[in-house]
Ligand binder design. Structure first.
Ligand SMILES: [Fe+2]
Ligand SMILES: [Fe+2]
Length: 237
C-alpha cells in the first residue's frame, strides 16, 4: 500500500528538534495541500494543542487531527476534513459550507445559461439544505456558550444573521414561485451570494474555532453525542 493513503499506514513527518516557528511553517505547507485520502502522522516536540488549533484556524478548518495517547514525542494523526471522521464542528460545518457553495454554483451556472426551470428546482433543493445547515448552527447556539467579544454577543449576532439569510431565501423563493425566472432575477442571487460568503467566512474564522475549543472541554461521550446530533441534522432526508 502506498504510504500515507490510509489511517493504518500514514506518512510520518518528524518535526522533533525543529524550532516552533519552523515546525509551524513546515506543517502549514504540508497541510495546505494535503489531499483527501492522505493521512499524516506528525511527531512533535511540543504540545499538539494549541499548535494544531492555530494551524487549522489559518487553514479555515480544512484538516482534522487527533492525538495518540502518548507523550514526548507527541504523535498526531492528521487528515483532510472531507475524508475520515469529522471530529470537530469546524470540520462538519466547514464541509457542509463547501457542499452548499458547490450547489449554489450549480444554480448560478443554470441561471447564466438561461435554464430557468432547472435553476428553480436546483435552488429549491439548495434552500432546503441551507435551512438544515442553519438549523444545526442554531441548535449549537443553545448547547455551546462562547464568551462575549468586546461586549458583543457573537451568538446573538449569528442568530440575527441567520434570520436575515432566511428572509432573503424566502424572498427569492417567493419571486421564483410566482414569476417566470428570467434575467431580472440575477441581481437577487448576486446579493445573496455576497451575504452568504461573508457569513461563512466569519463562522469559519471566529465561531467554529470557539465552538471547537468549547467542545474540547466536554467529556468524550457528550462530545460524540453532540457531533452525532449535528451530523444527523445536516444529513439530507
Ligand atoms: Fe450560519
Ligand atoms: Fe454555516
Amino acid at each position: 500500500m502506498r504510504k500515507g493513503v490510509r489511517e493504518e499506514n500514514p506518512e510520518i513527518v518528524d518535526l522533533r528538534g525543529y524550532p516552533s516557528r519552523v515546525a509551524h511553517d513546515v506543517t502549514y505547507e504540508r497541510l495546505a495541500t494535503l489531499p483527501p485520502g492522505h493521512w499524516l502522522e506528525i511527531l512533535l516536540g511540543e504540545l499538539p494543542y494549541p499548535f494544531f488549533e492555530t494551524l487549522n484556524r489559518q487553514l479555515r478548518g480544512r484538516i482534522c487531527w487527533k492525538e495518540a495517547p502518548t507523550e514526548r514525542p507527541w504523535r498526531v494523526f492528521v487528515w483532510h476534513r472531507d475524508d475520515g471522521p469529522g471530529l470537530t464542528l469546524g470540520a462538519l460545518l466547514g464541509r457542509d459550507h463547501d457542499r452548499l457553495d458547490a450547489l449554489f454554483a450549480i444554480v448560478l451556472t443554470l441561471i447564466e445559461g438561461g435554464r430557468w426551470t432547472e435553476a428553480t428546482v436546483a435552488f429549491s433543493s439548495y434552500a432546503s439544505d441551507l435551512r438544515r445547515h442553519i438549523n444545526a448552527e442554531n441548535v449549537l447556539t443553545l448547547r455551546l456558550r462562547i464568551p462575549l467579544a468586546m461586549g458583543r454577543d457573537p451568538l446573538m449576532e449569528l442568530k440575527e444573521e441567520h434570520e436575515r439569510i432566511i428572509a432573503e431565501l424566502d424572498l427569492i423563493e417567493r419571486v421564483t414561485a410566482n414569476e417566470v425566472m428570467d434575467s431580472t432575477i440575477a441581481p437577487l442571487f448576486a446579493l445573496f451570494s455576497g451575504l452568504l460568503a461573508k457569513h461563512e467566512n466569519r463562522e469559519e474564522q471566529v465561531l467554529f474555532p470557539a465552538w471547537d475549543l468549547n467542545l474540547r472541554h466536554l467529556d468524550e461521550r457528550s462530545r460524540a453525542n453532540l457531533l452525532g446530533n449535528i451530523e444527523e441534522i445536516l444529513a439530507p432526508d
